[in-house]
Ligand binder design. Structure first.
Ligand code: NAP
Length: 279
């Protein structure tokens, strides 16, 4: 069996190409799609992510507003900032960079985002819609994982997908999307007692653990399809790439796998939101 390296840059490029004419059309109508990013504090990794998102907007001729709040910002101050962006008609998408400093109630902040601008599917309404299968803007990394599977025409229907991680922005929504696509889904987490045994049964593996090189090739079934959402210091994912590559039939690299598709998905969902404002 041929092994496929699932190239996120190719998938992302395809998404961006599809957006160019849509953005031009909006501009002709006097509307520039705009993503507002909010960063609280000085986490260097978060700063890099926010910069990457802003630059990606600019490269496509979109607008991006970057709001950088100090570490000591309170939950209510953050909510106020979000409300201002909700009321700003030139803003079509709002992204609050996760994680926020620990003294902030992240859930309360996420819930303050207007559902029409929730282009990263972080509100409970956005998540609920995704889970029920009619969500407009699923969380971008889960949507990116589904897009990669679609691009490479990987069958999901009837397959056993094992998702490692259950965070509200990644593990849970990707489990829901895979279930909606007719996979049989097992969602694992830190209290799962027999992870390697469960992974041995997986046709599709999604790694969303936040632990560098955590999943080993020896835990996986021969021929499994591996999507690594992890991104850790040292440019490594949540799977041990070398040993997982040996057993996989298809695998995303880090970098150049899920990451670029996530950003392209964020741009796409912001353009979609802008299109709704233009009608
Ligand atoms: P998170 O909020 O820290 O969640 C990690 C999840 O992994 C939790 O559900 C946790 O279980 C589970 N977990 C921790 N240790 C485990 C273990 N030993 N066995 C099984 N499960 C375990 O992280 P996240 O925000 O979902 O992010 C996950 C990864 O994706 C990170 O590497 C992050 O950098 C990356 N990420 C990438 C992108 C991208 O664009 N590529 C976007 C977002 C995130 P509990 O629920 O029991 O604690």
């Amino acid at each position: 069996m041929d092994k496929i390296v699932l190239d996120g840059n190719v998938v992302a490029q395809e998404i961006r190409e599809g957006l160019k004419t849509r953005i031009e059309k909006l501009k002709k109508n006097g509307l520039i799609p705009c993503l507002a990013t909010i960063l609280v504090g000085d986490n260097p990794a978060s700063e890099t992510y926010v910069k990457m998102k802003g630059n990606a907007c600019k490269r496509l001729g979109m607008k991006s507003i970057r709001v950088h709040l100090p570490e000591e910002t309170s939950t209510s101050e953050l909510v106020e900032t979000i409300k201002e962006l909700n009321n700003d008609n030139s803003v079509h998408g709002i992204l609050l960079q996760h994680p926020v400093p620990p003294h902030i109630d992240e859930r309360t902040a996420f819930e303050a985002i207007d559902i029409r601008k929730d282009v990263d599917g972080v509100t409970s309404t956005g998540y609920g819609q995704t889970a029920l299968g009619f969500g407009e803007y699923p969380s971008c990394t889960p949507a990116a994982i589904m897009k990669i599977l679609e691009h490479y025409q990987i069958q999901i229907d009837g397959k056993h997908a094992v998702v490692v991680g259950r965070s509200p922005i990644l593990g849970k929504p990707v489990s829901a999307l895979l279930l909606n696509a007719n996979a049989t889904v097992t969602t694992c987490h830190s209290r799962t007692s027999n992870l390697p045994e469960i992974l041995k049964l997986a046709d599709i593996v999604v790694a969303a653990v936040g632990k560098p090189e955590f999943i080993k090739g020896s835990w996986l079934k021969d021929g499994s399809i591996i999507l690594d959402a992890g991104y850790n210091e040292g440019n490594v994912g949540d799977i041990d790439y070398k040993t997982c590559y040996e057993v996989a039939s298809a695998i995303t690299p880090v970098p150049g796998g899920v990451g670029p598709v996530t950003i392209a998905t964020l741009l796409k969902q912001t353009v979609e939101s802008a299109e709704k404002y233009s009608v």
